[in-house]
Design a protein around this ligand. Structure first.
Ligand code: ATP
Length: 278
């Protein structure tokens, strides 16, 4: 694993009965960069996320994380809980999974339940607000306030998450993931349902998280205005196999990629599919 590689996926395969959703995938994700995973519907993108975040146990292959403080971790052997808590690989989902009746602030505090549980030592001590637990609560609040401010959400901190517009809820999901101090932030279609202005704001946010906070981002996205404008590197899947990888410019012009998206006989202009200025 080279010094700059954060995640190293080797020969990953995931089968569901007779269906091979991920087929012998090898991929390196560098530290401090944005890597996009793209591909047509059913290509295996979410399955890939599920394999590296402990939701699925891959059929074969390895997923090694070079954790900056804890050394190498084998994610494919870990439960989802440990991937988030110990490896600090944190994800969002295609469908929004906020607690709609809780306020935005409460959603961000609940996300830090691991820290609070650890401080309570899984005992009644936490309920009596013993000092260690109280300190952890204050830290959780500070972290939530920090990310609310950073993502421009402070004004809606006390609003029920479910009452907010869809685009704002997507932003809250990212803020919630950031509260866990991710080493790798995995975003599953963060631009789904966003209007063009919100997509452009998402681009600015992702670039700033990467460039200013040094957070590595793994991004599944269909919106090419996001993919092409923020990605340092793109990996293209089709039927579970990697068919191409490279810079946005390389991917935009790759005949295999255009064919995978548009089909063999389709002669239409690929610019409509692969947008952006990169
Ligand atoms: N739990 C499962 N059981 C059986 N088949 C599954 C399961 N999860 C995914 N699949 C199948 O694996 C293939 C890849 O699905 P996946 O959701 O990973 O694709 P995707 O690239 O994320 O698609 P989309 O862009 O539509 O979200 C599909 O054929 C899907 O039906």
């Amino acid at each position: 694993m080279s010094a700059a590689t954060l995640l190293s996926v080797e020969n990953l395969t995931m089968r569901f009965g007779g269906l091979t959703a991920i087929d012998d995938l090898s991929l390196s994700v560098p530290a401090g960069k944005i890597t996009a995973i793209i591909g047509p519907n059913g290509a295996g993108k979410t399955t890939f996320f599920n394999c590296l975040t402990g939701f699925y146990k891959p059929t074969t292959g390895s997923v090694r994380l070079a954790h900056p403080k804890r050394g190498e971790m084998r994610l494919e052997t870990m439960t989802g809980h440990r991937v988030a808590r110990d490896a600090q690989v944190v994800r969002t989902f295609q469908n929004i999974r906020l607690f709609p009746k809780m306020t935005v602030l409460e959603n961000l505090i609940v996300a830090q339940h691991n820290r609070l549980q650890d401080a309570s030592r899984f005992s009644i001590a936490g309920l009596f607000s013993l000092p260690g637990y109280r300190k952890a609560e204050v830290e959780a609040l500070k972290t939530a306030v920090h990310w609310l401010d950073r993502l421009g959400l402070t004004g809606i901190a006390d609003t029920a998450a479910g009452d907010l517009p869809y685009g704002t809820q997507r932003r809250i999901e990212i803020a919630r993931a950031l509260c866990v101090d991710p080493v790798l932030l995995c975003l599953d279609e963060p631009a789904a349902g966003l209007n063009p202005r919100e997509s452009a704001e998402l681009n600015t946010l992702l670039l700033s998280l990467c460039r200013e906070e040094g957070i590595a981002i793994l991004l599944i996205e269909h919106d090419m205005s996001v993919v092409m404008n923020v990605s340092d590197h793109i990996c293209v899947l089709n039927y579970g196999r990697k068919i191409a990888e490279g810079t946005p410019l390389e991917i935009r012009n790759d005949p295999q990629v255009i064919k995978a998206y548009l089909g063999e006989d389709d002669e239409s202009e690929p610019a409509t599919l692969i947008g952006g200025n990169a």
